[in-house]
Design a protein around this ligand. Structure first.
Ligand SMILES: Cc1cc2nc3c(=O)[nH]c(=O)nc-3n(C[C@H](O)[C@H](O)[C@H](O)COP(=O)(O)OP(=O)(O)OC[C@H]3O[C@@H](n4cnc5c(N)ncnc54)[C@H](O)[C@@H]3O)c2cc1C
Length: 439
């Protein structure tokens, strides 16, 4: 934050302009919150359509989400949805829907209550007894990986049956390669877990407000599109940012592919780490070198259509099952989209499968789905995307120093989920426009 920035809303001071590089949910939400606080900003998005990884295709009358399949209707998400006039479009799913894990050749329910923990067939009685020792184990240790932490706390079987597929699945990563201090430490802190996960789970249920999974009638893209609509001329699509030059008098020239440069006082980088690195390279080579190292996991997204609507939220595949599929979201069960399933393949453990051609990938996803569920399906669409790995390459961010006036608000720099993105964007908006003139 620049000195004197708190004075920017004095009547005789020109308003500051904040350039936002990237019109994914981070950049769009940041612009929304900035404008709500009376700040002037411009979102510069390289693609013709805003939304970043949140894209939805319409095929056979079904919305096929290529990135996130859902978010949670937390108070923050609900407020944003109301702000952008999407309340009538919201679809919520029952929180009672089972999440399943495919292990030892069968689907088993993930235990979400004490009763289910005792009755689940995911673990043997000996394995469950090991889990019950968890309160006797200590808190997070220096230098521990997420995998090491969970194995130490819950035992190897629970790790393989639950944590690797569920926690690893969130990032399409390998928890044994994820230093706990990067992603897990924040999650544990936010959940209030100090020493014991089980103890916290037992005591946290009371008073927790409900936040059901939600999507929109037209799919997840409805959210970025509504945000984009609200921005009007403050969003420019199809214009890639190609450079960032500090001005001698302060602020930056944000160079665009079409030469129609933008002058800004502050810049928020809401684009992937590699893009941010390229923009910072001439002026902040050390920061650029660090950002350049950030690794992403490749992921194939295959949409499948069957005749049956399976009841549940979907399944993750446990380690050692010999499948290429990491998990499948049951859109049919969640949001009543007839026979629609989204399979995710690849990730850190198996990046090579993402290189297969579309026909082969679709075949693998369909065959494995039938193997797991017994339901026949056909392939509707095969896509590819990537997701931050949160692995040891995040060590490069230790000591990251950005030039004054440059900020990062992106999914590799804080919580990657949509809720986390909104929180991060709101926080940065409050820093950049501390005087909320709308209040
Ligand atoms: C497959 C998948 C499934 C997911 N599932 C869930 C889920 O179920 N629930 C959930 O909450 N979250 C989920 N997530 C996470 C969440 O969707 C993402 O972390 C979040 O949408 C990322 O938003 P972002 O704006 O930070 O980045 P991005 O969406 O990557 O946006 C970055 C933007 O920058 C633009 N850009 C790049 N270079 C330039 C340039 N030079 N100039 C201008 N613009 C540029 C890009 O075009 C892009 O629009 C999922 C993510 C993926 C990939």
């Amino acid at each position: 934050m620049k000195d004197g920035a708190a004075d920017i809303y004095h009547l005789d001071a020109p308003p500051q302009v904040i350039a936002i590089v990237g019109g994914g949910i981070s950049g769009l939400a940041l612009a929304h919150y900035l404008r709500a606080r009376g700040a002037e900003c411009i979102v510069l998005e390289s693609q013709p359509r805003p939304g970043g990884v949140i894209q939805t295709l319409d095929i056979e009358g079904l919305p096929l989400d290529m990135g996130p399949q859902r978010t949670r209707l937390t108070p923050e998400v609900r407020a944003l949805i109301a702000d952008v006039g999407l309340a009538d479009e919201v679809l919520t799913a029952s929180e009672e829907l089972s999440l399943l894990v495919f292990r030892k050749g069968r689907l088993s329910q993930v235990p979400l209550s004490i009763r289910q923990a005792f009755t689940t067939d995911l673990l043997t009685w000996t394995e469950k007894a090991r889990v019950l020792l968890e309160p006797l184990t200590g808190g997070l240790r220096e230098g521990e990986t997420a995998g090491g932490y969970f194995r130490r706390k819950l035992g190897g079987a629970a790790y393989e049956a639950l944590i690797a597929p569920l926690y690893g699945g969130l990032y399409a990563s390998d928890p044994d390669r994820m230093p706990a201090r990067h992603a897990l430490a924040t999650t544990l802190r936010e959940l209030g877990v100090k020493r014991s996960i089980l103890w916290r789970a037992l005591t946290a249920r009371k008073g927790v407000s409900s936040a059901p999974p939600c999507s929109f009638r037209r799919g997840m893209r409805a959210l970025p599109l509504a945000l984009a609509d609200g921005l009007g001329a403050s969003l420019r699509t199809g214009c890639a940012v190609t450079g960032l030059r500090p001005r001698p008098e302060g602020g930056f020239v944000v160079a665009l592919e079409d030469d129609d440069d933008v002058v800004a006082d502050e810049v928020a980088l809401c684009c992937p780490a590699g893009t941010a690195a390229g923009l910072l390279e001439p002026t902040a080579p050390d920061a650029a070198a660090r950002l350049e190292q950030i690794r992403y996991n490749p992921l194939a997204v295959v949409h499948l259509k069957g005749d049956e609507d399976l009841v549940g939220a979907g399944y993750q595949v446990a380690l050692g099952e010999g499948l290429q599929t990491r998990g499948v979201t049951w859109n049919a069960g969640l949001f009543g989209r007839p026979g629609l399933y989204t399979a995710f393949l690849g990730g850190m453990r198996n990046p090579a499968v993402v290189e297969e051609d579309d026909d082969r990938l679709g075949q693998i996803a369909a065959d494995e789905f039938t193997h797991v569920t017994g339901c026949e399906v056909r392939v509707l669409h095969v896509g590819r995307t990537r997701i931050p790995a949160w692995d040891e390459s995040w060590d490069a961010l230790d000591g990251l120093r950005l030039p004054e006036g440059v900020h990062i608000c992106a999914n590799y720099a804080a919580r990657p989920g949509i809720q986390g993105r909104l929180t991060d964007a709101k926080r940065l908006a409050a820093r950049l426009a501390p005087n909320d003139v709308s209040a």
